[in-house]
Design a protein around this ligand. Sequence first.
Ligand code: ATP
Length: 245
Amino acid sequence: MSENLLLDATHVAYSYRGIPAVRDVSLTVSPREVVAIVGPNGAGKTTLAKMLSGVLPPAEGDIRIDGRSIAGMRPSKVPALGVGIVLEGRHVFPGQSVLVNLELGAFARKLKGAALASEIQRIFGIFPDLERCADKPAGSLSGGQQQMLAIGRSLMGAPRILILDEPSMGLSPKLASEVYAALASLRDSGLAILLIEQNARLALEFCTRGYVLQYGRIVLEGPVADLREADLVRKIYLGSEAVAA
Ligand code: ATP
């Protein structure tokens, strides 16, 4: 059954100094699918995102990209399988220009000259704001622009699946919706997306299927229409709206 799955995580677990953060999580993403993982603070979302993108080795279970296990693989090798990760906190190189940040995203592809320039133009097409500040140091950009740059840099690696950890975190509702508008164009172009969000309202509007994580476990999963009706999710909605207000 793992044929045709882009991402297939089975029974993954991770503990910090013996304290479980993620327990027995299994989830899948098919090509072109847009899947949400929602859950409150401390539910284990970031730990799971790091495992799924190869940054953190699971203590138990297995993660397969296109049927190939990433167990034992160096984190730097995982993007070559087609996994793009945008970790929580908008990781950019603050002292480097926007352009250099984007170029670094394509480092493993060894793109040069016209091919590199055309990839950068593709990203500028998705995030026109980045073109306007191409020569500015990334650290001088607004929070929303830095998030766009972090996403753009990840796209420079030509992923087939983009894993995003809390892309709306710390952004005003207006900036969050700008970031989500760009993500929608990627979704509509057929890129598979795994969206990890505390803001369940945003994530469940954006995706077609989702998982709810609580205390490190998946407690609910299914089409977003079903999840939106679940009492547990309604509580999370209220939580995230209170945070956004
Ligand atoms: P948040 O939205 O607050 O980032 P989260 O759902 O992403 O939460 P994680 O950051 O994965 O959750 O944390 C899951 C659990 O693991 C929490 O109890 C957290 O305190 C703990 N934890 C996370 N990172 C570490 C660490 N480096 N050392 C020890 N405990 C950690």
